[in-house]
Ligand binder design. Structure first.
Ligand code: HEM
Length: 155
């Protein structure tokens, strides 16, 4: 039994539309699940990019007279390593931060809100310099923001 010519054409058109819809839906799902399963650490660019961000941050600190004074007696290599592991940890990367709690690490430095904001600005600028997207930058800063209370606790 054969279908009339007109029906065949309509039928084929309909099948094409259904296939296109399924393909678009599947592509959407794949895209969505890829976004959901990607950690912030990966979106930041992994350890290589985090290490470069920290290095870039060090240059910005060195150029900022208001901030650099706090680092006069700091072992910069250890600080860089410790901060990089903290950023990796906080962004769900494979590291565990094993340094001192934020309160103790910053105790009696005389830090003010202005210093805190300045450091956050430098970190954001360092991330921008590495081409990290706005969403990932904001998410990392959002995860660091709750540390404010601890950093300031023993000033
Ligand atoms: C959310 C904000 C901050 C975070 C996440 C952070 C993170 C860290 C980390 C991970 C360390 C290394 C601790 C260690 O291993 O001994 C550290 C140390 C240090 N931080 Fe921060 N910090 C923040 C705010 C600030 C601010 C605002 C300043 C000053 C402007 C500052 C100045 C220092 C200095 C000078 C050290 C080294 C202390 C030492 O020599 O032992 N930090 N910070």
């Amino acid at each position: 039994m054969s279908f009339p010519h007109k029906y065949n054409r309509t039928h084929r058109g309909l099948i094409a539309v259904i296939f296109a819809t399924i393909a678009i839906t599947l592509a959407g799902c794949t895209h969505q699940s890829a976004t959901q399963s990607t950690t912030l650490y990966e979106r930041l660019g992994g350890q290589g990019t985090i290490d470069t961000v920290v290095e870039n941050l060090l240059y910005r600190i060195a150029d900022d007279l208001e901030v650099v004074v706090f680092f006069a007696n700091t072992n910069i290599d250890l600080f860089a390593e410790s901060l990089a592991s903290q950023l990796c940890d906080v962004s769900d990367g494979p590291c565990r931060y094993e340094g001192p709690p934020m309160g103790r690490a910053h105790q009696h430095m005389g830090l003010t809100d202005a210093h805190f904001n300045r450091l956050v600005e430098h970190l954001d600028a360092a991330m921008q310099a590495q081409g990290i997207a706005l969403g990932a930058r904001n998410e990392l800063l959002g995860r660091l923001a709750p540390m404010y209370a601890d950093v300031m606790r023993l000033q």
